[in-house]
Design a protein around this ligand. Structure first.
Ligand SMILES: [Zn+2]
Length: 213
């Protein structure tokens, strides 16, 4: 167990000039580790489910979805993209015993705000023309509901996956629960909170104007 920041080494390259972010990470982690008392938790998620959701910095999955430490896997990527998450989903299900997938996309998602052409242009501007193939797919989506349906269909159609239960967060602050046999609209608290508390200005080179309703 860590006893203080001094006992946690920076990597060699960073030792002489850590950034503020790196210093914060080490210091806060030392504080966290000094009082951590959940080391007894088992590696497999206790409640045998996984959540696929967006990497959006405004989403706190543990609080927003009621996830207690040790209970579930949380797989995050841009847009809560099922295809992008497949490797982790397979490991979660087949090696670590999860039986249920909860897919959560959200209103105000950045993936609604750009096209592949836009993103390719930004990458070329930042890193050089040709660094990515022109066919690279960032998998943005113009329609949230359709994106959820597409991911659900893709997951349900993947023969390597098991025990699927798919949920999604709609623009109407509700989750659609789909277990192959029924669809139930369920009130959910986090959608509007996530969207309305957001501050995205200046964080991203892409234009997010109009993202937050
Ligand atoms: Zn998002």
């Amino acid at each position: 167990m860590a006893t203080g920041a001094a006992s946690v080494p920076y990597s060699t390259d960073l030792a002489t000039d850590p950034t503020e972010i790196q210093k914060n990470l080490v210091e806060k982690n030392a504080e966290y580790a000094s009082s951590f008392d959940k080391g007894h938790l088992a590696l497999p998620p206790a409640k045998k489910y996984l959540v696929v959701t967006c990497m959006d910095a405004r989403i706190d999955p543990a609080s927003a979805f009621g996830i207690t430490l040790g209970d579930a896997h949380v797989i995050r990527n841009a847009g809560g993209n099922a295809r992008d998450a497949l490797r982790s989903i397979l490991i979660s299900q087949h090696l670590l015993g999860t039986k249920e997938i909860v897919l959560v996309k959200h209103t105000g998602c950045g993936m609604l705000t750009f096209t592949n052409t836009d993103a390719l242009s930004v990458v070329a501007q930042n890193a050089g023309v040709g660094v990515l193939q022109s066919t690279f797919d960032f998998q943005p989506f113009p329609d949230l509901e359709q994106a959820v349906k597409d991911d659900v269909a893709w997951l349900n159609g993947n023969a390597a996956l098991i025990g699927k239960t798919i949920s999604w967060l709609s623009e109407a602050s509700a989750i659609l629960h789909d277990d192959h046999t029924e669809a139930i609209a369920m009130p959910l608290q986090i959608s509007d909170t996530v969207a309305k508390n957001a501050v995205m200005d200046g964080i991203d080179p892409l234009d997010h104007s109009g993202v937050i309703e």
